[in-house]
Design a protein around this ligand. Structure first.
Ligand SMILES: [Zn+2]
Length: 133
């Protein structure tokens, strides 16, 4: 039973009692009270409807946000991958080689051009300081 249904029941009850709402002061009071209860009931039903609609809209926004987060995280992964490798020149044939994480971990790389395997010498590139003069 909703509040409005309970108020409607109360209203029917008071009408069944044949309360004098014109001459009796108590009767007028009861009529006013039931009228106010009716308005409160309608207001609460409106609020419940609005709350339910807001809940659905928040769910929709939440779903959209998840989609946006997915796209953003995908982009981040792509950027990380792009930044994760660098290239070295093959000392045998001069071909540019991509040093990936695996080659970096092993410390050696095989040139796909001349099949020559050589050790990665990373210290030279990073510590080449030209402050002699
Ligand atoms: Zn080579």
């Amino acid at each position: 039973m909703t509040i409005s249904e309970k108020v409607a029941y109360l209203k029917g009850l008071s009408e069944g009692l044949a309360i004098d709402t014109e001459k009796s002061k108590e009767g007028k009071l009861i009529k006013e009270i039931i009228g106010i209860l009716e308005e409160i009931g309608y207001s609460i039903e409106d609020l419940e409807d609005t709350t339910a609609e807001l809940g659905e809209e928040i769910d929709a926004v939440s779903d959209d946000l998840s989609d946006v987060e997915e796209i953003l995280f995908e982009d981040d992964d792509d950027e990380d991958e792009d930044d994760d490798y660098f290239t070295v020149e093959c000392p045998t044939c001069g071909k540019e080689l991509i040093v990936d994480e695996d080659a970096l971990a092993e410390g050696v790389i095989q040139c796909p051009g001349c099949a020559d395997t050589f050790a990665l010498d990373l210290s030279d590139e990073d510590e080449d300081e030209e402050d002699g003069e």
